[in-house]
Design a protein around this ligand. Structure first.
Ligand code: DC
Length: 227
């Protein structure tokens, strides 16, 4: 597929719909760059928490430090890693204490502006698949191929819970469900670029699909776009 035209593919939807796993697989098949934009908000959240371990940092204080946040991606042994000020934070940004704060930090308009500009920059040569919440609406409104993945919150919570149990993360199903409900609410209700399906996005309910099925379905749509 390397000789086909390069396009921009966006993949939005609520947490735990499998966006990043599917996007990563698609990027390998297509030879595209993959950017998980949520990981950028997570890295910025880690930065904020390190500034203020007591988590009382106010947005008007945090924004004064924005110029000190440098986020980058590098491939190491075929794995994409995210760097915050030259430190590999790929693992730490997935910790529960970061997950619990990220939607609050992600709603700060000045931070969004900074990260959206960086995301646009990543896509300037096309050949990119980016997943997140506002990629098809705000970051790449003219993308050639847009998807919106959805699934009931209980289904997503069950998946996340089983995934975390395998990784040895000690959280009950109820804790995972409550966290997802809270993040859904914060992500959809925020004033600045809320989670929303772009009018021209293809919505796919992945509730009854395996990741393999969802991957195949998206790939079929994409192939029709890039012939
Ligand atoms: O995809 P994720 O769960 O790792 O994203 C973490 C948080 O970042 C999520 O709660 C909302 C926020 N986010 C956002 O506001 N805009 C994006 N484009 C991606 C993520």
């Amino acid at each position: 597929m390397a000789n086909r035209k390069k396009i921009i593919i966006t993949l939005d939807g609520p947490a735990s719909t499998g966006k990043s796993s599917i996007a990563k697989r698609l990027s390998n098949t297509l030879g595209y760059i993959h950017i998980d934009s949520g990981s950028m908000y997570r890295a910025a959240t880690l930065f904020a928490l390190r500034l203020d371990p007591e988590r009382i940092l106010r947005p008007n204080v945090f924004v004064k430090y924005l110029s000190e946040i440098n986020i980058d991606f590098k491939k190491i042994n075929e794995e994409q890693k995210i760097f915050l000020n030259n430190e590999d934070v790929s693992h730490e940004i997935r910790e529960t204490y970061v997950t619990n704060e990220v939607s609050n930090v992600a709603k700060i308009p000045e931070l969004r502006l900074l990260l959206v500009n960086k995301q646009k920059e990543f896509g300037k040569n096309k050949g990119i698949i980016m997943d997140g919440r506002d990629i098809g609406t705000i970051v790449f409104p003219n993308a050639e191929c847009k998807f919106f993945l959805s699934a009931k919150v209980e289904v997503r919570a069950k998946r996340r819970y089983l995934e975390q149990s395998k990784q040895g993360i000690n959280q009950t199903y109820k804790m995972v469900l409550d966290n997802l409900k809270m993040r859904d609410k914060l992500d959809t209700k925020r004033v600045n670029s809320p989670l929303k399906k772009a009018v021209d996005a293809i919505e796919i309910d992945v509730g009854n699909m395996t990741l393999d099925d969802a991957y195949e379905k998206l790939l079929t749509y994409i192939k029709n776009q890039i012939v």
